[in-house]
Ligand binder design. Structure first.
Ligand SMILES: NC(=O)c1ccc[n+]([C@@H]2O[C@H](COP(=O)([O-])OP(=O)(O)OC[C@H]3O[C@@H](n4cnc5c(N)ncnc54)[C@H](OP(=O)(O)O)[C@@H]3O)[C@@H](O)[C@H]2O)c1
Length: 343
């Protein structure tokens, strides 16, 4: 029997995440025969080269999904709410990068190395977690599996690319403008949808997304809710402080984690080293630790600065770094698509 030809659609192909998906497809053999690139009306007509082929970006409409097997959505929650059901209705499996379906109990929230078996339970939609959640659960999963976990307290140092292409342009323009003595007028961060904006160049902003009634931001509560869902552990104690920093790519996280038993540093390191997709860089003597510039364009999650808490014998401090556009978004999406296409 001839193998069925597979058709992939990429919604948001011209955005920060979409562009990285296209870059990954150059390097990674996803088993697809046809690729359709979709965007808003603004970029429709743009020509992009994918796997050596010139493709014209089309405006995403419900009928764009006719005959599509897998549709990757990275065009914001509003677009996903509108078009994911249209894609599913036409027989596609949707892998959604936005916040639209992550907490839906019928939608698996998947990091393949952590809970890849959840993909099998999908009913047409699979959600990709928030970038800051993904890299954290990648590093904490082996520790939780081996030693149990009670509590996580995380502070993030998140790159501007996590807020899309326009935030990267804003950091570049502000940096140049301030150095040239110009007055800058920020319009994108903390979020274009909010009424007040602050400069990110030469600054850090302790707000990502809007505030929730409990004084945590939505980004912080995403980390809390998504971590509990992925680990299937409602009793796990999680608190987050999410901060935007003037870095183009690569999120960093300072994580305090309390295990259920006292273990040696060697055990912590060997558990982390055994985890697929995690690389330990931890050598204080040689001043070696992960930094965002080392992880750009790489699929792995890097862990370093591993030290026992000074007061709590089961407490550990870790520094976790990864490219938010890769494992935090594009690479995780492609990994999920690959599993669906091969199943
Ligand atoms: N950046 C990250 O690290 C990251 C990580 C995880 C998840 N995500 C999520 O992924 C999504 C995209 O993020 P991004 O950083 O790539 O944003 P971005 O750089 O702003 O790109 C947005 C993309 O969506 C397209 N788009 C906008 N409105 C559309 C519409 N009405 N119909 C079809 N396409 C439309 C844009 O097309 P045009 O070129 O036509 O404007 C563009 O391709 C967001 O929901 C974000 O939360 C991002």
């Amino acid at each position: 029997m001839m193998p069925m030809k597979k058709h992939l659609a990429i919604v948001g192909a011209t955005g920060a995440v979409g562009q990285e998906i296209l870059r990954i497809l150059e390097q990674y053999q996803l088993p697809v025969d046809q690729i359709t690139l979709l965007s808003s009306k603004r970029s429709a007509g743009t020509e992009l080269t994918v796997r050596g082929e010139r493709l014209t970006v089309q405006e995403a409409t419900p009928d764009s999904f006719q005959g599509v097997d897998v549709a990757l959505f990275s065009a914001g929650g509003t677009v996903s709410k509108l078009l994911v059901p249209e894609a599913v209705q036409r027989g596609a499996v949707a892998v959604d990068n936005t916040n639209a379906y992550r907490m839906d109990p019928h939608v698996p929230l998947v990091v393949p190395e952590v809970n890849g078996e959840a993909i099998k339970e999908h009913q047409g939609i699979i959600a990709n977690p928030n970038c800051s959640t993904t890299q954290m659960v990648m590093a904490l999963h082996p520790l939780r599996q081996a030693y149990g976990m009670r509590r996580i307290i995380v502070s993030t140092y998140q790159a501007v690319s996590g807020a899309g292409h326009s935030a990267m342009v804003e950091l570049e323009n502000e940096t140049k403008g301030i150095l040239e003595g110009e007055k800058v007028t920020p319009t994108i961060l903390p979020s274009a949808a909010l009424p007040v904006h602050y400069p990110i160049a030469f600054n850090v902003i302790p707000q990502i997304d809007r505030f929730e009634p409990n004084d945590y931001t939505l980004e912080e509560m995403k980390m809390v809710r998504e971590t509990k869902k992925i680990f299937q552990d409602a009793t796990l104690e999680v608190a987050a402080t999410c901060v935007r920093v003037p870095v183009f790519r690569g999120h960093s996280e300072s994580v305090y984690v309390e295990l259920e038993q006292e273990v040696s540093k060697e055990d912590v390191i060997s558990s982390l080293q055994a985890m697929a997709g995690v690389i330990v860089v931890d050598n204080p003597e040689k001043q070696q630790y992960p930094m965002p510039i080392d992880g750009v364009g790489k699929p792995e999650v890097y862990v370093g600065r591993i030290r026992r808490d000074l007061d709590h014998p089961n407490g550990w401090h870790l520094w976790i770094v990864s490219d938010n556009l890769w494992k935090g978004a594009a690479w995780n999406t492609v990994q999920i698509a690959d599993q669906i296409l091969k199943s």
